[in-house]
Ligand binder design. Structure first.
Ligand code: ZN
Length: 509
């Protein structure tokens, strides 16, 4: 049947080309895009700490490897690296270390390197406490930090910077001409806002399925699956980038990239291409896989990881299959440093925390003790570093922009950045280039707010306008770039000839 269409379409395409040649003004020479993709391994050892909570936990089994997935884009004038990391978060010290090594190895500028952690809660020991961070604290607080909190492994941090450098170096070395496609899929059945409006007027995190005091979700999710795909000169898929907002807390059991493992497997399997899938975590500070309004039993850990990663991956595949492509894309980058003060606990909160800690850690339920410990640790941090360095960065690739921040950033901010960005494809990337804990909306700190993410801890403590400052900075950076037009498919005019098998009245008899 195709042959029936073939000739007229081909002729029409030729005509369209010819008229374009005649009428188009002389184009300025467009940059030719090159890209490279590469992996490096960052799987922690068994027995290492598993960060993600406020106490210690250790890895006891292995599920799948944790990786660095690097994409390097080069338009002939500027080069940028967009890197996804199977990590809970990335400490600022590792960012600075890796960027310096990358610049030495490749010449890629430090502020052209985006390092985005997936927030995998089943990955290597990068925190929460950093080496030496509490060395000048009093003995009690030092013990709380080093013995009662999860700690980064100094050797693992050094290894991490080397492996990030290795992946970027290999992606840079293997960059070759590509065409890129961009798109959004839609997935709204695996991610849920975990903050719920309660009858008491507050908003609580995970109040429990079936809780009769729940009124409804306190905020939305962002169902967009942002996708960029690259094809090499032979038309073979070379790499994929996916941006989606959902905590990576579907721990499938043991060391794991978490659900992004199934995201990558789904895309690789469906498209029969063993290429890196660079996952970039969206603004998901208040979004997880848990539906507090679902009356049904929760899936098992493995099944849940498959559901989340599989559905987002399948949506990415659907998006990739319909993409228009272009071999040209402007690459640009900018970053800015904000200095944001921490919130300090009230004197009465500190006095109470000292008493709770002095009374000793209770066996069993100990949340009051945990947050008292956190208050004392925060008190030390305020003394040694009352302000926090917050990097906001934007990287342009054609009609797409990656706007990053180092927070566990509430979804409403991600949506605002998308709305106010001049780009057709805006991808907010959280937990990037450092880690400053949860950054809730200002509304969440108001009389109808509350919940886990608004607790004042050594991890989450920026002043309440931090989220707005970060969004303003990211939008301002995106506005300094000139977005390329999104690739489109050529428009083919009517050939003047319908299909001769089909242009007939009904054959009733
Ligand atoms: Zn989190």
């Amino acid at each position: 049947m195709c042959s029936v269409f073939g000739l007229p379409l081909f002729a029409a395409a030729l005509l369209a080309c010819a008229s374009a040649l005649v009428s188009a003004p002389a184009p300025t020479p467009a940059p030719k895009l090159k890209a490279g993709f590469a992996y490096a391994d960052i799987t922690p050892d068994l027995g290492m700490e598993q960060p993600g909570g406020y106490g210690k936990s250790f890895h006891r089994s292995f599920h799948d490897a944790c990786k660095v997935r690097a994409a390097v884009f080069d338009d002939g004038r500027k080069i940028a690296a967009v890197v996804g990391l199977d990590l809970l978060a990335i400490p600022r010290s590792v960012v600075l270390d890796a960027r310096a090594q990358i610049e030495k190895a490749t010449g890629i500028k430090p502020d052209a390197v985006l390092l985005c952690a997936s927030h995998s809660h089943s990955s290597g020991p990068i925190g929460m406490v950093q080496p030496g961070e509490y060395d000048t604290a009093d003995e009690t607080v030092r013990r709380l930090a080093y013995e009662e909190s999860s700690m980064a492994d100094k050797g693992f941090l050094l290894h991490l910077a080397r492996q990030i450098t290795l992946a970027v170096k290999n992606a840079h070395a293997t960059r070759a001409p590509v065409s890129l496609g961009y798109g959004f899929g839609h997935e709204d059945k695996v991610a849920f806002n975990r903050r719920l409006r309660m009858k008491n007027g507050q908003s609580w995190s995970h109040p429990g399925a079936g809780n009769p005091d729940i009124l409804g979700y306190a905020a939305p999710i962002d169902p967009q699956v942002g996708v960029v795909a690259a094809w090499d000169a032979r038309g073979q898929l070379a790499g994929v980038l996916v941006n989606y907002a959902c905590h990576a807390t579907t721990n499938p059991g043991g060391i794991s990239a978490n659900w992004p493992y199934y995201l990558e497997r789904t895309i690789q399997g469906a498209l029969q291409a063993a290429v890196p899938v660079v996952f970039l975590q969206g603004a998901s500070g208040d979004v997880t896989q848990v539906d507090n309004l679902s009356p049904h039993p929760r899936p098992g850990a493995e099944e849940w990881a498959q559901q989340v990663g599989g559905r987002i991956g399948a949506e990415a595949v659907k998006t990739i299959l319909l993409m228009a492509r272009s071999g040209e894309a402007t690459v640009d980058f900018k970053s800015t440093l904000l200095s944001i003060p921490r919130r300090a606990p009230a004197d009465s909160t500190l006095t109470k925390a000292r008493a709770v800690v002095a009374a000793g850690k209770p066996k069993g339920e100990n949340s009051e003790w945990i947050f008292a410990k956190e208050t004392l640790m925060l008190d030390h941090l305020i003394r040694v570093s009352p302000r926090v360095e917050v990097e906001v960065q934007a990287i342009q690739v054609g009609p797409a922009v990656f706007v990053s921040n180092p927070a566990e950033y509430f979804v409403a901010y991600g949506q605002r950045i998308k709305q106010e960005s001049p780009f057709a494809f805006t991808f907010p990337c959280e937990l990037a280039n450092g880690c400053v804990g949860y950054v809730p909306t200002e509304e969440a700190f108001g009389p109808n707010g509350g919940g886990y993410e608004t607790r004042l801890t050594s991890y989450s403590n920026l002043e309440i306008t931090a989220g707005t400052q970060i969004a303003d900075a990211g939008i301002a950076l995106a506005k300094t770039f000139k977005p390329d037009a999104a690739p489109t498919r050529p428009v083919v005019p009517f050939s003047g000839r319908p299909w001769l098998y089909g242009n007939v009245p009904p054959g009733v008899r």
